[in-house]
Design a protein. Sequence first.
Length: 95
Amino acid sequence: MSDLWVEIEALVLEGVPMNSVQGRRLAEQTEIALTRLLEQRGVSTGALTSEAEQHKTKNERTAGSQTMHLPVNANEARWAEELALTLYRAMDRIL
């Protein structure tokens, strides 16, 4: 079994009023939810390609933007679940 490392440099949530404490909590909950998804569903076979091949095509890949629509009163846990699912789907497309 190989380790999979995911690093997100920036995540922009336009129009979401969130302070820094809420943002950190959302990041932690999203990490937990994404880890759970990866453990339950695994990764695509594209993620299992050689490191050299991944490095070669790394600059050719772009995740693009994703749109999520959640209720105005959605809490951080709901945001985290939706973000994790969106990230999982994006990873599946680009790996």
